[in-house]
Design a protein around this ligand. Sequence first.
Ligand code: HEC
Length: 118
Amino acid sequence: MGKNPIVPYILIFALGIGLIFFMSLYGLDQQKEIANEGDEGKTEDVATEFDPEVAIGKCIGCHGGDLTGGGGPALVGTTLSKDEIKNIILNGSGAMPGGIIKEDAELDAMADYILSLK
Ligand code: HEC
């Protein structure tokens, strides 16, 4: 009996199947990694620091682009205390709606920012 000429083809075939199998497993692994990376990105987004200079965009419509007054009074040079500012942002005052910013830490940052404007 000579060598069966089919054997090399079967070997290559088996190797090919093995390779496809391996690569699909590898791909699944990578998919998980990519999915995880996405999750990490999300938690980072959530944890992104509150930036008063960005959030002030919600205020400039009424208080003017540089917060020196428009429909609402000037915020620059306010004589209000930090707590009074936080309270007005949270609860509103007169024509100003409350609740534009609700998180205490963000109210804090916003009040500090307003008081830092001169
Ligand atoms: C819809 C318009 C409007 C928006 C939006 C608005 N305000 Fe006002 N704001 C007013 C008006 C009107 C007053 C004056 C209220 C009064 O006479 O009691 C006021 C008053 C204030 C005061 C008190 C100022 C003072 O000297 O009495 C502060 C502080 C303030 N706003 C901060 C903010 C901040 C911070 C934002 C954004 C998060 C904001 N406002 C968004 C209309 C607005």
